[in-house]
Every structure is written in structure tokens, then in C-alpha cells.
Design a protein. Structure first.
Ligand SMILES: [Zn+2]
Length: 264
């Protein structure tokens, strides 16, 4: 009887392992995923060879939990991590992520900030010898699976939000614009500078739906909007922005209400 129980338990364990192994190996694909990291931002750009993360959210463990849903649990490498700008809801998770992942390259915007946590982050990556570079408008990255254009910043603006790294990504025949926390002044600048080239299928709504961003004229360049947002004291996403989206019939997704948004 004891032997039978032992065999049964072993079978269950082996089945569980097989299930986990098969399930984990199904997680190979090519996609862009807007993670649910609470009040903050993090977007995973994934293919079978490369993992890129645009911002890491405020809490590393929450971001890692989201990554575990989409990537192989035993592969603890992130090839490129972009930090759009020195706001905690965009870089705060990096400390836990550095502890648990090998990061091959960190990309930041060129404009230093006096934000104390951000300076600590820069200190840490120097101490750990993690390669990092700064990129600005005009720079460009390409892999077999995606093209990434840095469309902003082109110079130093007044505040950190306005210096956010803005990326345009071409992947699987679709275009994405990732916008950090830019405001309407930068939105206007991007339209003046790039004209119709700023158009994309998917827009990461700037600054979590702040009313100081998402000008109607800017929004009219996109087919679908994603609002990365969680509980917050700033009234994000602002009712004005939601009303604007509704009035324009621009469909949108909220990560706080609907979780991860994935485009294959
Ligand atoms: Zn933010």
C-alpha cells in the first residue's frame, strides 16, 4: 500500500513538472506586452532571442511577477532595460530586478536629475559594472524582430517628465509609441517635428492619463490607447482624458481594470 502511495505521489510530481515544463516552453513568441505594475509603467518587448523592457514600474517584485507570466521562469536575463526618466514609478523596480536578473544593457536619457533614488540607481549600476548608455532623438536600434527609433528627447527640457525617452517601435507589422510622462508641450513638439511619421497603431498614453497630457490633436494619430495606471492620488487617468478618448471613439485599455495588454 505504501509503495502504491509513493508511486502515485511520484506520478503526480512528474506530471506537475511536465505540465510546468510544457507550459513554460509555450512562452516563446514575439510580442509587446503592457504590464500591470500598479501606478507606473513597464512594457515588455519580447522575441525568442531578446527581452527588452521599457521602464520597470515602481515595485520590482510586482514587475517580476508579471514577467513570470510571459517569459520562461528559469531565464533570468533581460537584454535591454530602458529607463524613460528619473521618476520612481518608472525606475523604482530596478533595485529588485538587478538582484534577480542579469541585465546586459541599460539605456537612459542623457539628462541627469538630482532625484536621490535615481542617483542611487546610477551608482548601483556603476558598482555592479552593468553596461549603460544614453540615447537621444535620432538614435536607432534594430534586431531581426523589431526596429526601435528614439524620437525624444532632442535637447534638455525644463523638467524630467519632458525629457522622457520616447520610443517608436516597429514590430510584427505594427507600430507602437511609448511616451513616458511627456506633457502636451512635448506632444506638440513631436507633431511639429515628425508630422505624420508620429502615427502609430498603439499609443502608451503619456503620464498615466494626466490631464496635462493627451491633447486631442496628438491622440488623433493613433488607433488604440493603453493607459498604464494603478491606485494613485493624482486622479490618473483624469476624467477629461477619458472623455476625450470616448468623444474621439478611440478605444483604450486600462491595466488597472483589465490587467496585461498584449499585442502579438
Ligand atoms: Zn509616471
Amino acid at each position: 500500500m505504501k509503495i502504491l502511495t509513493l508511486i502515485l505521489s511520484l506520478t503526480i510530481i512528474i506530471n506537475l513538472f511536465l505540465f510546468w515544463y510544457i507550459f513554460d516552453n509555450l512562452k516563446t513568441d514575439s510580442f509587446v506586452a503592457f504590464l500591470d505594475v500598479g501606478q507606473g509603467s513597464s512594457v515588455l518587448v519580447f522575441n525568442s532571442k531578446l527581452k527588452l523592457l521599457y521602464d520597470v514600474g515602481p515595485y520590482g517584485l510586482k514587475t517580476i511577477n508579471e514577467l513570470n507570466k510571459l517569459t520562461k521562469i528559469y531565464n533570468r536575463t533581460l537584454d535591454v532595460v530602458f529607463i524613460s526618466h528619473p521618476d520612481r514609478d518608472h525606475y523604482g523596480g530596478i533595485f529588485d530586478i538587478i538582484e534577480r536578473y542579469k541585465i546586459r544593457l541599460i539605456i537612459i536619457n542623457p539628462y541627469l536629475s538630482s532625484e536621490s533614488g535615481y542617483l542611487k540607481f546610477l551608482e548601483l549600476i556603476k558598482n555592479k559594472n552593468i553596461p549603460f548608455i544614453t540615447l537621444k532623438a535620432g538614435d536607432y536600434l534594430e534586431s531581426n524582430f523589431e526596429k526601435i527609433f528614439i524620437v525624444h528627447p532632442d535637447k534638455r527640457y525644463k523638467n524630467d517628465n519632458q525629457n522622457s525617452l520616447v520610443l517608436k517601435i516597429l514590430k510584427n507589422g505594427k507600430e507602437f509609441l511609448l511616451t513616458g510622462d511627456i506633457d502636451q508641450k512635448i506632444e506638440k513638439h513631436l507633431i511639429e517635428k515628425y508630422g505624420k511619421n508620429i502615427k502609430a497603431d498603439y499609443l502608451l498614453i503619456p503620464h498615466h492619463g494626466s490631464k496635462y497630457s493627451s491633447n486631442q490633436y496628438f491622440l488623433s494619430n493613433f488607433n488604440y490607447a493603453i493607459i498604464q495606471v494603478g491606485q494613485n492620488k493624482y486622479n490618473h487617468p483624469h476624467l477629461e482624458v477619458i472623455e476625450r478618448l470616448n468623444k474621439m471613439n478611440l478605444p483604450y485599455w486600462r491595466t488597472d481594470l483589465n490587467g496585461i495588454f498584449m499585442v502579438k
